[in-house]
Design a protein around this ligand. Sequence first.
Ligand SMILES: Nc1ncnc2c1ncn2[C@@H]1O[C@H](COP(=O)(O)OP(=O)(O)OP(=O)(O)O)[C@@H](O)[C@H]1O
Length: 283
Amino acid sequence: MALPKREPTKLVPVPSVNKIPERDIDKSPILECQHLGIDFGGLTAVNEFNMAIGRTEIAGLIGPNGAGKTTVFNLLTKVYQPTRGTVLLDGVDTHSMNTMQVNKAGIARTFQNIRLFNNLSVEDNVKLGLHNHIDYGMFKGILRLPAYWREEKIAHDRALELLSIFDMQDLAEAKAGSLPYGAQRRLEIVRALATNPSLLLLDEPAAGMNPSETAELMENIVKIRDTFQIAVLLIEHDMSLVMGICEGICVLNFGQIIAKGTPDEIKNDPTVIEAYLGKKGEN
Ligand SMILES: Nc1ncnc2c1ncn2[C@@H]1O[C@H](COP(=O)(O)OP(=O)(O)OP(=O)(O)O)[C@@H](O)[C@H]1O
């Protein structure tokens, strides 16, 4: 399947990161999941998962431990093939795509447990994400032709530009494994952004962060959405983050959607309170 090549978005200054726009979901969703489900032997981990996400929406996927949230991410990124249902990315069925093809088509993700190349530099970790989109060419690389150096310079400049989102450009030469925990989480997001996604999946981005790091992360997620004009779907247990920046929230319990709505609707939904928020101590 021929996928349209997307130009990387130019970074532009963001006037305000506090403005939450109207949900644009009805205009034309970037992602649609229809009757999505997966069984592992006798266990139905996810069933009848129906969700649409607007092109510049920040959406949340919440639910108790084991509810099926990461499994949904694994279905969207083709780590798992669904047992049933359809995923449409920008209207295109991802059924026949593998993980790499889904990434090229526009879905990038970070992981619950950080997965960086610890012995590579920060810059090289970002360049690995850029690789999908820059044509180094084997012979150009081996022979170190001028075109190789031109593309290498483009990759270097783009990596620093992306790192500057989190003010990490001065850390470009540091080993990824030497960074503090919060910075490693930020680097994972930068590396995902380097693949030029139209939908960014963040699996517990605030895990292990202190409240001030989480507040900064919230601003940065909004800034990323505003700058790149992309959609973000995040899994998070930190309700201040979810309720603070998500426009639409989907709640899973035992693999089933039990509620969907705006933060206010979710906060006041008795099923959610009983299944999840109540148990978490009225966050
Ligand atoms: N590869 C697999 N084989 C068998 N069962 C699996 C597999 N992956 C996930 N599961 C099961 O599917 C269910 C959902 O797991 P999942 O990790 O998606 O939950 P989660 O909502 O992300 O939980 P947490 O918040 O703890 O990360 C669990 O019962 C889990 O044991």
